[in-house]
Design a binder for this molecule. Structure first.
Ligand SMILES: C[S@@+](CC[C@H](N)C(=O)[O-])C[C@H]1O[C@@H](n2cnc3c(N)ncnc32)[C@H](O)[C@@H]1O
Length: 111
C-alpha cells in the first residue's frame, strides 16, 4: 500500500556541472485524484513530468508517450525510464507482464 509519489528533478548548476536535486513528494493518502491508481510498467504508455505554472510547487502531469487505445490501462515507469533496478535490494516483484519486464519494481522512494 504505497501511493506516495516521489519526484526527483536534477539540474546542473553553474560551470562546475554540480548536480542540484529538487525533491517533490506527493502524498495522496488524504486528498488526491485518480492518478493515484496508475500502476508501474517496464514498458509504459505514459510518462510523468513536473509542470510549474506561476508557482514553484510543480503539478505532476501525466502525458501519453504513444497512441493509447481505448480501454488500454495507463501506466508509467515509477523509477523514470533510465533507472536501473537492483534486484538485490528488497524490491517488490513487478507484475506488469511487459516483454522487457525487469521482474522488479523500481525503488523510486529513495530520497
Ligand atoms: C500508486 S498504487 C497503484 C494502484 C494500485 N495497484 C491499486 O490497485 O490501488 C502503487 C502500488 O500498486 C502496486 N503496483 C503498481 N504497479 C505494479 C506492478 N507493475 N507490479 C506489481 N505491483 C504494482 C504496488 O503495490 C504499488 O505500491
Amino acid at each position: 500500500m504505497n501511493y506516495v509519489l516521489v519526484l526527483n528533478e536534477y539540474t546542473k548548476t553553474g560551470d562546475c556541472l554540480e548536480e542540484k536535486r529538487q525533491v517533490t513528494i506527493v502524498d495522496p493518502s488524504r486528498r488526491g485524484n485518480i492518478g493515484r491508481y496508475i500502476n508501474h510498467s517496464c514498458e509504459p504508455n505514459c510518462h510523468i513530468a513536473a509542470v510549474r505554472i506561476d508557482c514553484p510547487i510543480p503539478k505532476i502531469c501525466i502525458f501519453a508517450a504513444r497512441n493509447i487505445h481505448a480501454l488500454e490501462e495507463l501506466c508509467f515507469h515509477y523509477g523514470g525510464e533510465d533507472q536501473q533496478v537492483d534486484p538485490a535490494s528488497d524490491s517488490k516483484t513487478c507484475l506488469c507482464t511487459a516483454d522487457s519486464c525487469s521482474g522488479f519494481m523500481p525503488n523510486s522512494a529513495i530520497i
